[in-house]
Design a protein around this ligand. Sequence first.
Ligand SMILES: Nc1ncnc2c1ncn2[C@@H]1O[C@H](COP(=O)(O)OP(=O)(O)O)[C@@H](O)[C@H]1O
Ligand SMILES: O=C(CO)[C@@H](O)[C@H](O)COP(=O)(O)O
Length: 483
Amino acid sequence: MAIVAGVDSSTQSCKVVVRDAETGALLRQGRAPHPDGTEVDPSAWWSALGAAVDAVGGLADVAAVSVAGQQHGMVCLDEAGDVVRPALLWNDTRSAGAAAELVEEAGGGEAGRRFWADAVGSVPVASFTVTKLRWLARHEPERAARVAAVCLPHDWLTWRLAGAPGLAALRTDRGDASGTGYWSPATGDYRLDLLEGAFGRRPHVPAVLGPAEPAGTVRPDALRGLPADGAVLGPGTGDNAAAALGVGAGPGDVVVSIGTSGTVFSVADAPAADPGGTVAGFADATGRFLPLVCTLNAARVLDAAAAMLRVDLDELARLALSAPAGADGLVMVPYLEGERTPDRPLASGAVHGLTLRTSTAAHLARAAVEGLLCALADGLDALTAQGAAVRRVILVGGGARSAAVRRIAPQVLGVPVVVPPPGEYVADGAARQAAWVALGGAAPPTWSVHGTEEYAAAPVPAIRQRYAAAREHFLDRVDAVAG
Ligand SMILES: Nc1ncnc2c1ncn2[C@@H]1O[C@H](COP(=O)(O)OP(=O)(O)O)[C@@H](O)[C@H]1O
Ligand SMILES: O=C(CO)[C@@H](O)[C@H](O)COP(=O)(O)O
């Protein structure tokens, strides 16, 4: 029996699953937390990976390991392979001005956005690595001068597992490369001219591997608990591409993930290029494509609402479900960390519609759940406008553990929602990729997900109508204040 491991190094924590390569049966799982903040020293991810490997009782028996990670994070290395500065994460908005500059330099407005969408499938926003490199070049020129290579969180962890064997050994995959802003999913090539345009020169970048191409072998002494004979390293991928692989998303499936980020995506046969910039035209982990919409505010909206109400997440769900659909007109616009979709990095959240009737904990809890789902419903609209077919939504991520999110989602999203049993679908996708690398073949092994629950409910259009009115009202105010 071949055994494989999958790692999910995401924003809030590192998760490791160990599974049977052929059947997908779960053998062991463990996790460890990541530090808070939008700027993180990669050594914290390495420590968390070590703790998560300890928590699964080690990986001595595994034949292959793949790492999936939060997308976009800028990891800069010097000639010796040391980290130049803490990584700037996908949700760090300090490079919003750099994103605007890059669009301006490409012609500005619609022409600038179209240029980027055609070149790399996506219009850069503050999340993208290319904008972080521009920010670094402008704001920290001494550190920028020391950068010999730039890579992403999953590339760096994979390289460390291989024993950090020199910059030339850095590897990435199509899925994560597509979130840099300097690799084209449509052509499969780097756009080093765009990297140079943003950063001023061309640091080394990882070689881009195909879906089941090995990235090397695990160095047994890189970390405690690794296989003594080494094990094959899969190419790894971004966390959303891994989730698509973990749930086995097929035609008509749209995956909605409620983690630190909210994401809405589907697997497509052709690359996307949305000049509006709402849909990012990423690549997936199977050789296809992954059009995706991402919000900055998702599960943490629930964390924040629970903290405001001084209740735990289960009580928040109970409160939300005890209030009427639409919360009697109480609306939360949940831009608590600024927002990426719509592209308003300076926005803040707002609550609209407070009356004596709606000034209850239950109404606020309901407004928080509905607000975060409305933001994702906007993303679903944008995805379908780009041609995605939606028969059902597959709901995953930590926020899917909320009974209120599960039950209110079909009312807001307007389609049936299926929820796989609570699990780590990003780590599972990485494990499935590792199994593909270990077993070979033209496609990943078929693993079944059992115990999926379906939630159906009549859509309540008034929820989205009131949200849309409040969103526009508050965006106008934010623009007025910022501008
Ligand atoms: N029962 C629950 N109800 C609502 N949210 C939950 C529940 N359990 C976990 N979460 C939330 O899930 C989030 C973490 O989700 P996860 O998908 O692991 O994030 P990430 O992959 O970005 O690190 C946390 O913000 C946490 O509060
Ligand atoms: O920026 C994106 C997608 O473009 C985010 O989805 C990150 O990949 C972080 O993911 P989570 O930690 O929320 O899973």
